[in-house]
Design a protein around this ligand. Structure first.
Ligand code: FAD
Length: 496
């Protein structure tokens, strides 16, 4: 028999990706009562499988998506100030050679990119010579010059987790491994059944409004939980990335144009690696398990080899990941042409509110949340003002360029930690690192060591404060230590 909750929530949210969690945080901060259920781990869907850029999207200018580009460009500095521990400025080199988009068009695009977003912190575009430069040395010699512009890097899954921590600290009931399995209406309220995938327990909650933030699963939720037949609103477009050992030593990324006119990135990743991607193909299957195909792996290697001095092949791939973009189906013929903008569909009937979220980007999650809150306010009445623009995410109470300073402070307080671990702590937890390590005086006080600087003390924190239930939660979403730990070390963590 399902357990029935007495409480009537203002808002129930299905889906713990960036969009659902972003709405939960904003709403809880305005004083609404919120419950959010995620069927797997937070960010286990698309939100940990992105290219990890807070960007305007240079290529969207070609599609005249000025609203989307401008909103995204403005968000870069807002988000950078909110979370300078997990988001940092990154310079992108756009190498140029014959046969590519003409140089005048690139200059025009970059001029717009520099000026549409009212930049104050990020430096603007510059021309760069590539021959005889450390930035040109990984590239073939036909790339003699290029342009360099700014965007930001984000640890996407940590962005979700930090928003979740903040939402919970503001009173939201946030749960992972808890699937929405049925939704019905009675007495003007939504009645939502959830099933916990760990203990199998069912629970029925009541809410005045329901937000479907299930991303690629949005049509599944409409069909299986709402019993709506033939829901076909979303176009699932798969994007995959490969990770190879570091291809270059500097901190710049490359944005490259492919023979088919698509663009892809080569980005410094987790200190020891280079991240390359993405692809853009219709997924053609249900949202379930998403994996890179061999065809995609070959495509990415071939694309990179058009640029690189040293060729890469399938054997160089140390890791890969894939995600599906839950794009609103606007009928575009090619996957890469489908709109990346978010679409919010609102249904208000029988004194209840239902909102479906389609598409969107990590970059625009905060603005999307504000738009949704406008609908919620219209329905439930206003409780508080919009507040997230000037807020810090947990651990992000440092200056925009304050990572090094924080590293030094952690080093002074915990001199027994390695430089590599301290850098990881700063870029995962920011000032929360002091709560995790607390009064630790030496390495022995950190408990068991699981490898690569991951000690029992951090694992306990991740279980207690960040909802970690499996070793994958810890190794691939709370961190990327899964790339460094050996099989035996992972087994040890599994058994913990
Ligand atoms: P998701 O993150 O998929 O979250 C939906 C969640 O709902 C999932 O966790 C799922 O488990 C859960 N769920 C489903 N059904 C149920 C249910 N019945 N009950 C409970 N929970 C349920 N954006 C950028 O800004 N910058 C980038 O560089 C970028 N690169 C990208 C690269 C790729 C390859 C892809 C695919 C996307 C990229 N994006 C990027 C876009 C961005 O990643 C997505 O728009 C965003 O992550 C979508 O978030 P979401 O919350 O809507 O979906």
């Amino acid at each position: 028999m399902p357990e029935h909750s007495e409480k009537i929530y203002d808002i129930f949210i299905a889906g713990g990706g960036i969009n659902g969690i972003g709405v939960a945080r904003d709403a809880a901060g305005r004083g609404y009562s919120v419950c959010l259920c995620e069927m797997n781990d937070f960010a286990s869907g698309t939100s940990s499988n992105s290219t990890k850029l807070i960007h305007g999207g240079l290529r969207y200018l070609e599609y005249y998506k000025f609203r989307l580009v401008q909103e995204s460009l403005k968000e870069r500095e807002v988000l950078l100030k909110m979370a300078p521990h997990i988001i940092w400025p990154m310079r992108f080199i756009l190498p140029h050679s014959k046969g590519m988009r003409p140089a005048w068009l690139l200059r025009l695009g970059l001029f717009l990119y520099d000026h549409l977003g009212f930049r104050k912190i990020l430096p603007g575009t510059s021309h760069i010579k590539l021959n005889n430069s450390e930035f040109g040395s990984p590239l073939k010699s036909n790339f003699k010059f290029g342009y360099e512009y700014s965007d930001c890097w984000v640890d996407d899954s940590r962005l979700v987790i930090l928003n979740a921590i903040d939402a919970a600290s503001k009173g939201a009931n946030i749960q992972n491994y808890c699937k929405v399995t049925n939704v019905s209406k009675s007495d003007g309220l939504w009645s939502i059944t959830t099933t916990n995938s760990i203990d199998g327990k069912q629970r029925v909650s009541k809410a005045k409004s329901f937000i479907n933030a299930s991303g690629p699963w949005i049509d599944d939720v409409l069909e299986s939980s709402f019993k709506k037949k033939n829901s076909k609103n979303v176009r699932l477009v798969r994007g995959s990335h490969i990770v190879v050992n570091k291809l270059f030593d500097h901190d710049r990324s490359y944005i490259c144009q492919n023979n088919d006119n698509r663009i892809f990135f080569m980005i410094p990743y987790e200190d020891k690696f280079t991240l390359i991607g993405t692809t853009d193909i219709d997924h053609g299957q249900s949202a379930g398990k998403v994996e890179i195909s061999e065809e995609e792996q070959l495509y990415i290697c071939k694309s990179a080899n058009e640029y690189l001095n040293t060729e890469i092949s399938l054997k160089d791939i140390v890791w890969s990941y894939s995600g599906v973009r839950p794009l609103y189906d606007d009928g575009a013929s090619e996957a890469q042409d489908a709109t990346r903008d978010y679409v919010i569909k609102v249904e208000e009937q029988d004194s209840s509110l239902m909102v479906n979220i389609f598409g969107g980007k990590i970059t625009t999650y905060r603005r999307l949340s504000e738009s949704i809150l406008k609908h919620v306010e219209g329905f439930l009445g206003k409780r508080g003002n919009s507040w997230t623009e000037k807020s810090s995410l947990p651990g992000g109470d440092i200056a925009v360029d304050g990572q090094l300073d924080l590293q030094n402070k952690i080093q002074m307080r915990y001199p027994f930690l390695t430089e590599e671990t301290i850098k990881r702590l700063v870029r995962s937890y920011g000032t929360i690192s002091f709560d995790i390590y607390g009064d630790a005086e030496n390495i022995d006080s950190l408990g068991d060591h699981f490898g690569s600087g991951l000690y029992e003390r951090e694992v306990k924190y991740l279980i207690r404060e960040e909802w970690s239930r499996t070793s994958d939660d810890i190794l691939f979403r709370r961190s990327k230590l899964g790339l460094s730990l050996s099989e035996d070390e992972i087994k040890k963590l599994d058994l913990y």
